[in-house]
Design a protein around this ligand. Structure first.
Ligand code: ADE
Ligand code: ZN
Length: 315
């Protein structure tokens, strides 16, 4: 039905690998690792995917990630995501992973990274999908813990293209991580950050001015600040917008209220992404399809959004 959207070559620039863990794989990994789950079956887990805000989602997302234990688990997770990319003509992806979600449970950094990196390599060689991995710090944890994670990452510096910032936004401004990001940049990494999803436009200013990000993840609340909009347009700073996520997490009441096409028409460099597709009802094509159905996105607008994603690649 959405062949024309599937056919558009596109890049995905905002995808949490842990958020691509489909319930079926989650159950399979729990069984493989001998883990008892609080849900009797896949359907009951899926029916728990109803959220009033970001935190309610994150609580379930971190719970789900607990089934990821071995290098093979991280490989299987990443490979399943890459198969979706192939099916939807995502020709390039820059996924996030959250090492602290795993190292805090006693899974070695190397186990996580090796599984993911091997799958990305196979994706390049066997599926023709180019990629660059982004290490994301959990902003609800301390600066010191982020510094320790950066220390671990530096051992494998060639495995990443950038560092990012995710998890609970409110109360954890980008300024909390200024020194971590300074060090990451000095070590040669590019930077991105989630900002302006639930948090105020001031967090977007901080991400730009203090963390010196190349892109803003989400950023939809920039619409509340005309001076910020002028800057985003003037400097053509990409926003990695995630429409289905924003509706699922009640950032917008309904898809018909989403502002992505208004931002596009103002000249903001917006892109379409899936964020946590296993939890929010779809991958990139489903996000494009929702914009078509609820906002009347035209073919020309879809082409411009897809082109923006290719232009906004870090590598
Ligand atoms: N981690 C996974 N998805 C996220 C989101 N949408 N916002 C913040 N942190 C996240
Ligand atoms: Zn995200």
């Amino acid at each position: 039905m959405y062949d024309w959207l599937n056919a558009l070559p596109k890049a995905e620039l905002h995808l949490h690998l842990e958020g691509s863990l489909e319930p079926e794989l989650l159950f399979a990994l729990a069984e493989r690792n001998g883990i008892a789950l609080p849900w009797p079956d896949v359907d009951s887990l899926r029916s728990a995917y109803a959220f009033n805000n970001l935190q309610e989602f994150l609580d379930l997302y971190y719970r789900g990630a607990d089934v990821l234990r071995t290098e093979q688990d991280f490989y299987d997770l990443t490979w399943a995501y890459l198969q979706k990319c192939k099916a939807q003509n995502v020709i390039h992806t820059e996924p996030f992973f959250d090492p602290q979600t795993h190292t805090d449970r006693g899974i070695p950094f190397e186990v996580v990274l090796t599984g993911i990196s091997q799958a990305l390599k196979d994706g390049r060689e066997r599926l023709g999908i180019s990629s660059g991995l982004i290490l994301s710090f959990l902003r609800h944890l301390s600066e010191e813990e982020a510094q320790k994670t950066l220390d671990q990452a530096l051992v494998y510096r060639n495995a990443f293209i950038a560092v990012g910032l995710d998890s609970s936004e409110k109360g954890h401004p980008p300024s909390k991580f200024q020194r971590v990001f300074d060090r990451a940049r000095a070590e040669g990494f590019l930077t991105v950050a989630h900002a302006g999803e639930e948090g105020p436009p001031a967090y977007i200013w901080e991400a730009l001015d203090l963390l010196k990000v190349s892109r803003i993840d989400h950023g939809v609340r920039a619409a509340e600040d005309p001076r910020l909009l002028d800057r985003l347009i003037e400097e053509q700073i990409p926003l990695t917008v995630c429409p289905l996520s924003n509706v699922k997490l009640c950032v917008f009441e309904d898809m018909s209220r989403h502002n992505i096409l208004e931002l596009l028409e103002m000249g903001v460099k917006v892109t379409v992404n899936s964020d946590d597709p296993a939890y929010f009802g779809g991958y990139v094509t489903e996000n494009f399809a929702a914009l078509h159905e609820s906002l009347g996105m035209s073919q020309d607008q879809a082409r411009r959004l897809a082109q923006n994603s290719l232009d906004a690649r870090l590598v």
